[in-house]
Write a protein that binds this ligand. Structure first.
Ligand code: PXP
Length: 252
């Protein structure tokens, strides 16, 4: 089956992680270009067929920097999706950047990457207020949630346009007995969200193996993929890494 309409958002943060491993202070102090530059890698990802670029500036800027996000916004030709914590500071930055979409994610200082889904139901007022401010600025909002019925209902109630289903638990269970159960939860979550009028994206832990099953999720609009693409680019270059993932998403 062909999935020609499923979009690929390349999460380029991990290139910034690599740069920060060496140039943690230099980039921040004088704004000089130090390699690898996530902006250049965003342009190369687009050239290879990415439908959008995803960035996740964190409060402590430990990966991608705000300056990177602004340069990426200015230079890319496709869509910019900015993942962000539900804070006033990040909302103010989003309103300055004006990405095409924001994706609200939970954020802990200590985590290496985003760990669990957002608790929309438990932080309803705050999240609904951010959705409204973004909408008034012409920015779409996605909420990064587990495929939990309560979170899906709360996301629709908060008037988000999209959800991003957290595929991390499924990816972690891929080689274990819980895989089909986790996949069934995603299928059910996607059906439920679609029925509630939400556009369904998915992301986290998607790689060149599990994509063959992930792409069969119903109603998929976009997949946001970072680690596996960046890792493959170390061996084959970003162009081939993106092209191959895009070809696998589309299937045949
Ligand atoms: N989507 C969201 C909301 C994320 O936080 C992340 C991780 O940064 C991703 C997608 C990409 O995950 P991965 O790097 O595992 O592909």
């Amino acid at each position: 089956m062909s999935n020609a309409n499923i979009l690929l958002g390349v999460n380029i943060d991990h290139f910034a992680t690599l740069r920060q491993a060496r140039y943690r202070d230099a980039g921040r102090l004088n704004g000089q270009m130090v390699e690898p530059d996530p902006m250049v890698l965003s342009l190369l990802s687009e050239k290879a067929g990415a439908d959008g670029i995803t960035v996740h500036p964190r409060e402590d800027e430990r990966h991608i920097q705000r300056g990177d996000v602004l340069r990426i916004r200015e230079n890319i030709q496709t869509r910019l999706n900015m993942e962000m914590a539900a804070t006033d500071d990040m909302l103010a930055f989003a309103l300055e950047v004006k990405p095409d979409s924001i994706c609200i994610v939970p954020e802990n200082r200590e985590e290496v990457t985003t760990e669990g889904g957002l608790d929309v139901a438990g932080n309803f007022e705050r999240i609904a207020a951010i959705v409204e401010s973004a909408w008034n600025a012409g920015i779409e909002t996605s909420l990064f949630i587990d495929p939990d019925p309560d979170q899906i209902v709360a996301s629709a109630k908060a008037k988000a346009s999209h959800i991003e289903l957290h595929t991390g638990a499924y990816a972690n269970a891929y080689y274990e007995s819980g895989r089909s159960e986790e996949f069934a939860r995603l299928v059910e979550g996607s059906e439920r969200a679609h029925s509630a009028g939400l556009i369904v994206n998915a992301g986290h832990g998607i790689n060149y193996v599990n994509i063959k099953e992930v792409r069969t999720l119903p109603h998929l609009n976009e997949l946001n993929i970072g680690h596996s693409i960046i890792s493959r680019s170390v061996f084959y270059g970003i162009d081939e890494a993106v092209r191959e993932m895009k070809a696998l998403i589309i299937g045949g």
